[in-house]
Design a protein around this ligand. Structure first.
Ligand SMILES: NC(=O)C1=CN([C@@H]2O[C@H](COP(=O)(O)OP(=O)(O)OC[C@H]3O[C@@H](n4cnc5c(N)ncnc54)[C@H](OP(=O)(O)O)[C@@H]3O)[C@@H](O)[C@H]2O)C=CC1
Ligand SMILES: CCCCCC(=O)O
Length: 486
């Protein structure tokens, strides 16, 4: 059981060596519902260094036998966990909406994506992992194989509290690693429910561990712990770079997926209704809290006014409220801190001279951390709201004279995660595919909504330049051995 009741409070436990245990710190912290100020979702462990040490040592001990299992046997555990998670979609999605505000429909969709991720990687346990390479010595046999890294530390954010932990854990596990997970504190309870599915699937003790608590403490414990062989992280650039420096100091492998400032280009031959719908979905779904969310909307002057009107007409239909209410299209910001960040960027946009076209206000103040869907125009590429990741429902319209200018503006960012173009012109498409510096390049489709079977990751400051998901994940979670036999 992943929780205990302590003076009528539901307290989520750590998962160490196959058991749900309280921290020896005897301290817990509260997880709050951003849609309902004052409502506590539950409590999680404020873990100690000793807690983490126990988890890392357990992982080390368990990994040896786990790595020796046949891939198909490891895959069977993931298939069982997938079936259990599928049975629990409503319960896990409820925790997600309660902890970070995502609408219940989106939360159920994400949890179903977690089920699919487990099933995809279960299959990886029976696929080829190397090549036979002809040696120049005709009497010799030369081939490659892959071996697990050992114990992988997993640090995850609050915005996809099921999909991201699973798209890191599932490949780590199928390729023979053990894991220690430190989830975002804002979504610790949701993560414990995912871990409980792996526990109930009978995964061997120590192969999977979860230690909750402050990233600044437990996250740094993780990257500096001698039993941790690699780190995979998704979150802010600030934290990612800190982890990378610590990983390099120890000489361990690291993987970072960080921020984005994702552009959409609307060409003068675009389907403007499609472009407006995709801009709203890509930019405002999940309250804009996706690293792949649309934020810069670069529109050709010939269609600017028509597109703007379509966008505003659709934005005005957006309903903001509690993610459990069926009429809600957009939930609250994930936390009070995130709301304050978004409001500060909106103020910055006004101060720097951008024109607030729609939204920009905090709403339902007495209920939760809600902000209106927001769009600016008359912004310049140098403005803060056009350069920095806001991680909220804020769109910035930018007008251009030519497609060459549009592409140049789209590339004018320190980030390079996802980018979309709406056009019916093959020349525009090919130029965009070839010249857009982004890991995810999408034609007549929104910038968000990546599929689990395809490589995911960014260029420039969005990533450490590896790729997650799909078959690409094997590159990070294994090491290649080139074997020569005479
Ligand atoms: N690219 C992406 O997918 C995401 C990007 N972001 C960006 O990050 C910003 C803040 O979001 P947030 O979730 O707080 O992102 P953070 O980078 O602050 O947190 C991500 C994870 O890192 C942990 N962490 C925090 N500080 C440290 C540290 N010093 N060492 C090790 N781990 C640490 C967090 O733990 P804890 O929760 O306990 O602090 C959490 O588990 C967002 O506004 C957005 O810009 C956020 C989420 C996803
Ligand atoms: C970390 C961000 C994940 C984005 C997944 C999506 O766009 O659907």
């Amino acid at each position: 059981m992943n929780t205990m009741t302590e003076s009528k409070k539901t307290v989520t436990l750590n998962y160490i060596n196959g058991e749900w245990v309280a921290s020896d710190s005897e301290q817990t912290a509260v997880s709050k519902n951003p849609a309902k100020i004052g409502e506590d979702v539950g409590y999680y462990q404020i873990s100690s260094s000793n807690d983490f040490d126990q988890a890392a040592i357990s992982a080390r001990k368990a990994q040896k036998a786990w790595g020796k299992l046949a891939g198909s046997v490891r895959g069977d555990y993931l298939l069982k966990a997938a079936a259990i998670l599928e049975e629990r979609i409503e319960d896990v999605a409820t925790a997600m909406t309660q902890e970070m505000g995502k609408t219940f429909a989106e939360a159920k969709g994400e949890t179903a994506r977690g089920v699919a991720i487990l099933r995809y990687y279960a299959g990886e346990g029976m696929r080829a992992i190397g090549d036979v390479i002809p040696s120049s010595d005709s009497d010799a046999l030369m081939f490659t194989t892959r071996v697990p890294l050992g114990v992988v530390g997993v640090i995850t954010p609050w915005n996809f509290p099921v999909a991201i932990p699973l798209w890191k854990m599932a490949p780590a596990l199928i390729y023979g690693n053990a894991v220690v997970v430190k989830p975002a504190s804002d979504t610790a309870i949701t993560c414990s429910k995912v871990i409980n599915c792996l526990h109930d699937a009978g995964i061997p003790a120590g192969v999977v561990n979860m230690v909750t608590g402050s990233g600044a403490k437990i996250g740094m414990e993780m990257v500096n712990h001698p039993e941790i062989d690699a780190i995979t992280f998704t979150g802010s650039n600030t934290v990612g770079k800190q982890l990378a420096h610590a990983a390099v100091d120890r000489g361990i492998k690291y993987q970072l997926e960080m921020g984005g400032k994702n552009p959409v280009i609307v060409a003068n031959d675009a389907d403007l209704d499609l472009a407006a719908d995709a801009t709203i979905s890509g930019g405002l779904k999940s309250t804009g809290q996706k690293c792949t969310a649309t934020s810069r909307v670069i529109v050709h002057k010939d269609v600017y006014e028509e597109f703007k009107e379509k966008l505003l007409t659709k934005m005005k239909t957006i309903t903001v409220g509690d993610g459990f209410e069926t009429g809600t299209w957009m939930g609250p910001c994930a936390s009070e801190g995130q709301l304050e960040t978004v409001l500060s960027y909106i103020e910055k946009g006004k101060q720097e001279g951008a024109k607030l076209l729609y939204g920009g206000n905090q709403v339902l103040k007495d209920q939760g951390y809600y902000v209106e869907p927001t769009v600016f125009e008359n912004a310049t590429p140098s403005m803060t709201i056009a350069r920095e990741e806001i991680f909220g429902p804020v769109l910035v319209l930018l007008k251009v004279e030519t497609m060459e200018e549009a592409l140049e503006m789209a590339n004018d960012s320190e980030y390079g995660l996802s980018a979309s173009i709406f056009t019916t012109n093959i020349g525009n498409m090919l130029s965009f595919i070839n010249e857009m510096d982004a890991g995810l390049v999408r034609i007549n489709a929104e910038s968000a909504g990546v599929e689990l079977q395809a490589p995911f990751g960014g260029m420039k400051q969005s990533s450490s330049h590896s790729r997650e998901q799909g078959r690409a994940a094997i590159e990070f979670f294994t090491s290649i051995k080139t074997v020569f036999v005479k």
